[in-house]
Design a protein around this ligand. Structure first.
Ligand code: CA
Ligand code: CA
Length: 148
């Protein structure tokens, strides 16, 4: 276990969510929200699909100096979700943190690759945080994060 939930929860509060579009949608008029949501639901229940990059300037995990990005999503108690993190450029490391800042699960490698995957049934309702992390301090590059 290398993720430090407290430090990540704190930085999440300080630096905000990595989903400005979704946050913006919540504050805009009902018409724009209605325009966005039907498209997302049509994509067979995908919660998140994000292409990103781990690079210098991103958040750094204190325990091993590895870089990380965070993504938030709203989950409901009893909901089962799967999170996949793939990269052809670095060895990924993935974690999910509860609305109260508790580390729920983490994964380094899955399916004989260096990619990461977590399947979990949520036990509370609220805003969960996904941590896209590299295996060590040299892990940098493009990745694809999918949650469904
Ligand atoms: Ca980044
Ligand atoms: Ca890995």
């Amino acid at each position: 276990m290398k993720i430090l939930p407290l430090s990540i929860a704190l930085s999440s509060l300080l630096f905000g969510v990595s989903l400005p579009a979704m946050a913006q949608a919540n504050t805009e008029s009902n018409s724009s929200v209605l325009a966005v949501q039907p498209m997302q639901m049509a994509q067979s229940g995908v919660l998140l699909q994000e292409s990103g990059v781990l690079e210098p300037g991103d958040e750094v995990l204190e325990s091993d100096n590895s870089l990380y990005d965070i993504y938030d999503f709203d989950g409901a108690s009893g909901q089962t979700i799967t999170i996949d993190l793939e990269s052809s450029e670095f060895d990924t490391y993935l974690a999910i943190i509860s609305p109260s800042g508790e580390l729920l699960a983490e994964n380094d490698d899955t399916d004989g690759s260096t990619n990461s995957s977590i399947s979990i049934t949520l036990s509370e309702t609220g805003t969960f945080t996904i941590v896209v992390n590299g295996y060590d301090s040299t892990s940098q590059g493009e990745y694809l994060l999918t949650a469904y």
